[in-house]
Design a protein around this ligand. Structure first.
Ligand code: UDP
Ligand code: MG
Length: 310
C-alpha cells in the first residue's frame, strides 16, 4: 500500500486548522487504497495552533507534528516537513484551504498512471489580489524569467504531489536562503501542471505583506541569477565611456572657445547622478555578499522545540 505524506506549515492558524482537518479527513476516508501521514509544522505560532494539533494527535495515529523554537518562515517549515516525512508520495499544502485537499485524489491518480514525477498546481488569475499586486506579480515573473536560467512558472503554487525521488533531490539542496519555486524548478523532473482557481482563505489573514513579498522577490532574483552583477559592470563601463567622451568634448571646446562661465549646477546634478549609480552598484554587490555571508555561517534552517515523539 502506498503512503502519502501531507505536509502542512502552520503559523498562527488556530482558526483554519479545525476546518482543514475536517477537509483532509474527508479525503483520507475516501482514498482507502492509500495510507496517510499528516505532518503539521508549527512555525513558532503564538496562538493555540500547537495545542490544537496536539489535540488532533491524541486520537489520530496518522498525525505527526514538529514545533519550531520560533518563527523560521514557511520555507523552513517545508524543509523540515520534507526531512521528516516517510511517505512514498509527498504533498505540500496550505492550511487555509487555498490548496483544496480534495485535489489530492486527482493528483494521486495522475502520478500513479502517467509518466510524471510531480503533479503541481498553478493558478491563472489571483482574484484575491488587487490590481497593484497583480501588476507587480506579472512584472516580476517577466523579469525573473529573463534574468534566471531556471524556469519559474507564473502563478505556480507550492501545492504539489511528488515522488520520493524528487523529495530526496530537494533535500540535497541544503542552502539557508530557500526559495521553493526556484528549488523545485532547479531539481527538474517531469512535472504535470494543473490549473485551478485559488479560493479565498477560509479564516485568518495572509501572513504576507507587500513588503515581505517584495523582499522575497529580491531574494529569489539574487538566489537564482547573477545577472544584476553583470548589469553593475555594464553600467560602470558605460559611464566610463560617457565620461571619456565628455572630457574630450570639454577639452576641445575650451581650446577653441576659451573657458566660459563654469556650470556648477549641472556639475552638482552629474555628481548626484553618478554617486547614485555607484551606490546602486555597491548595493547589488552587497546583496550578493550578504547572501554568501548567511550561507557561509551554515546555521540550521530550523530549530525544533518539540515533536510528537517528545
Ligand atoms: N506560514 C508559515 N510560516 C510563516 C508564514 C506562513 O508556516 O512564517 C504558512 C501559513 O500558516 C499557511 C501557508 O504558510 O499555511 C501560507 O501562508 P499564507 O496563507 O499566509 O500565504 P498566502 O496564501 O497568502 O500566499
Ligand atoms: Mg494562503
Amino acid at each position: 500500500m502506498d503512503k502519502i505524506s501531507v505536509i502542512v506549515p502552520c503559523y498562527n492558524e488556530e482558526e483554519s486548522l479545525p476546518l482543514f482537518y475536517k477537509e483532509i479527513n474527508k479525503v483520507i476516508n475516501k482514498m482507502k487504497e492509500v495510507s496517510f501521514e499528516l505532518i503539521f509544522i508549527d512555525d513558532g505560532s503564538k496562538d493555540k495552533t500547537l495545542n490544537i494539533v496536539k489535540g488532533f494527535s491524541k486520537d489520530d495515529s496518522n498525525i505527526r507534528y514538529i514545533s519550531f523554537s520560533r518563527n523560521f518562515g514557511k520555507e523552513a517549515a517545508i524543509y523540515a516537513g520534507l526531512e521528516y516525512c516517510t511517505g512514498d508520495y509527498i504533498t505540500l499544502l496550505d492550511v487555509d484551504l487555498q490548496d483544496p485537499p480534495k485535489l489530492i485524489e486527482k493528483m494521486y491518480k495522475i502520478i500513479t498512471t502517467e509518466d510524471v514525477d510531480i503533479v503541481a498546481l498553478k493558478t491563472d488569475a489571483h482574484k484575491e489580489y488587487g490590481i497593484v499586486r497583480r501588476f507587480f506579480t506579472n512584472c516580476y515573473y517577466k523579469l525573473i524569467s529573463k534574468l534566471s536560467k531556471v524556469e519559474m512558472v507564473p502563478g505556480a503554487r507550492d501545492f504539489r504531489l511528488m515522488k520520493r525521488q524528487v523529495v530526496n533531490a530537494v533535500l540535497e539542496l541544503k542552502e539557508y536562503n530557500r526559495y521553493s519555486k526556484g528549488i523545485f524548478s532547479f531539481v527538474g523532473f517531469k512535472t504535470k501542471w494543473l490549473t485551478y482557481e485559488v479560493p479565498k482563505r477560509v479564516a485568518g489573514n495572509s501572513k504576507w505583506s507587500f513588503f515581505k513579498l517584495f523582499t522575497y522577490a529580491i531574494d529569489a532574483i539574487i538566489g537564482y541569477s547573477t545577472v544584476p552583477l553583470t548589469i553593475a559592470v555594464f553600467v560602470g563601463v558605460l559611464f566610463c565611456l560617457i565620461a571619456l567622451i565628455a572630457i574630450i568634448f570639454i577639452v576641445i571646446r575650451t581650446l577653441i572657445f576659451g573657458d566660459p562661465v563654469a556650470g556648477w549646477p549641472s556639475l552638482v546634478c552629474i555628481m548626484f547622478f553618478l554617486s547614485g549609480i555607484q551606490l546602486f552598484c555597491t548595493g547589488i554587490s552587497g546583496a550578493y555578499i550578504s547572501k554568501t555571508y548567511t550561507e557561509v555561517k551554515g546555521r540550521p534552517i530550523y530549530i525544533v522545540r518539540e515533536t510528537e515523539k517528545k
